[in-house]
Design a protein around this ligand. Structure first.
Ligand code: FES
Ligand SMILES: [Fe+2]
Length: 369
């Protein structure tokens, strides 16, 4: 379990980066466009090997990519639109529930109850161009599908919008990847550039945060004057506001509004294994319709994410010999809340008691970035 033990320097907390995985959430497993026709596609999330596909009606399904018979990868088999057949001994499993439908080797008088055999299966939904899986446990044991929360959805504020996606792998555990999403202090150093911000543009910021279920919100505010892309929105001559939410396990969502125009984006950092994460970024907007926003966003977005990928990679040898991170003052307060939320979630999972929220009301943080 994550610990946040105080050490003796005033204003400094050390946090243990233990990379504990969080079960009981939806995670993006694939881009929708990676699944074609009846083909079976593999993915790994939270160290669970998955095989995904679509049934005859086009609905996505996700099974554990391990045959319950002799552990053969089901992804080597085929899907007939309703069942997935293992190619080793031909057992067939319902694509959505994993229930065994046929064991070809048994004779008519066999007492084997194949319907009592299950391949692991996971609730699966498509949203915003992603195939999401609900990972309640690593084996794909049945969960009450009516009792799980809805799939996360990117907020949109009009019928007519554009959407784009970016993906990158991060060679770190989920804690390093996620705290990187809420680390304002690295901006002017790692993301220095003429179009974003310079090191000299560093200035004092003050932001108000409030608790929300499973996370915290940077309350709606006018974006920082030293942040390049927001300046473009001045074109519309209306007040620009931005609001940023973080919710467990791994979701950062930003909503930018400017009159009837809007731009929203969401970043998730999902563990593939304990030491590698997949960053998924999706943005939607209804502004600058006369301008090719998508290629520009992809170009700058790739560079921006690449800068994070690079520092994370170079941080890894150090983290091996010094796994504890220092969390200082208000600049690292969000990271500390993340660890507290995570610890509270794990504790509530273990005890069944309601989850204790680290924030009991609005808090104003001040830092320079
Ligand atoms: S290993 Fe899958 S049917 Fe035997
Ligand atoms: Fe960054």
């Amino acid at each position: 379990m994550t610990t946040n033990s105080s050490i003796s320097i005033p204003g400094v907390t050390a946090s243990n980066i233990d990379g504990e995985l969080l079960w009981g959430f939806w995670y993006p497993a694939l881009r929708s466009e990676e699944m074609h026709g009846r083909a079976l596609v593999t993915s790994m999330r939270l160290e669970v090997p998955l095989v995904l596909g679509r049934d005859a009606a086009g609905k996505a399904f996700a099974l554990r990519d391990v045959c319950p018979h002799r552990a053969f990868p089901l992804s080597a088999g085929s899907c007939d639109g309703q069942t997935v057949e293992c190619t080793y001994h031909g057992w067939r499993f319902d694509a959505h529930t994993g229930q065994c439908k046929e064991v070809p080797s048994i004779t008519a008088d066999s007492r084997l109850q194949c319907d009592r055999i299950f391949a692991g299966s996971f609730p699966c939904e498509e949203r915003d161009g992603y195939v999401w899986v609900y990972l309640a446990n690593s084996e794909g044991r049945a969960v009450d599908r009516t009792a799980i929360p809805p799939v996360p959805e990117l907020p949109k504020f009009s019928e007519d919008f554009r959407i784009t996606h970016l993906t990158a792998d991060l060679t770190c555990n989920m804690d390093t990847g996620i705290t990187g999403l809420m680390d304002p202090a690295h901006g002017p150093f790692v993301h220095q550039s003429w179009y974003w911000r310079s090191r000299r543009s560093i200035r004092e910021k003050q932001k108000t945060f409030e608790p929300i279920p499973m996370g915290f919100r940077m309350a709606s505010h006018a974006p920082s004057a030293n942040s390049g892309p927001y300046k473009l929105l001045r074109f519309y001559g209306e007040q620009v506001t931005t609001q940023i939410d973080f919710v467990l396990p791994n979701v950062r969502t930003e909503i930018v509004r400017c009159g009837s125009r809007w731009f929203t984006n969401r970043t998730t950092v999902t563990p593939i294994r304990r030491d590698v994460c997949r960053l998924d970024f999706v943005a939607a907007w209804n502004l600058f319709r006369w301008f090719p926003v998508t290629p520009v966003l992809k170009f700058f977005g790739k560079r921006f994410i690449g800068q994070d990928q690079d520092v994370i990679e170079r941080q890894q040898p150090g983290l091996k010999v010094q796994p504890r991170m220092m969390l200082i003052d208000d600049a690292d307060r969000q990271a500390r809340w993340y660890f507290q939320l995570k610890a509270a979630y794990l504790a509530s999972q273990a005890t069944g008691a309601p989850m204790a929220h680290p924030l009991d009301g609005p808090v104003t943080l001040r830092w320079r970035s």
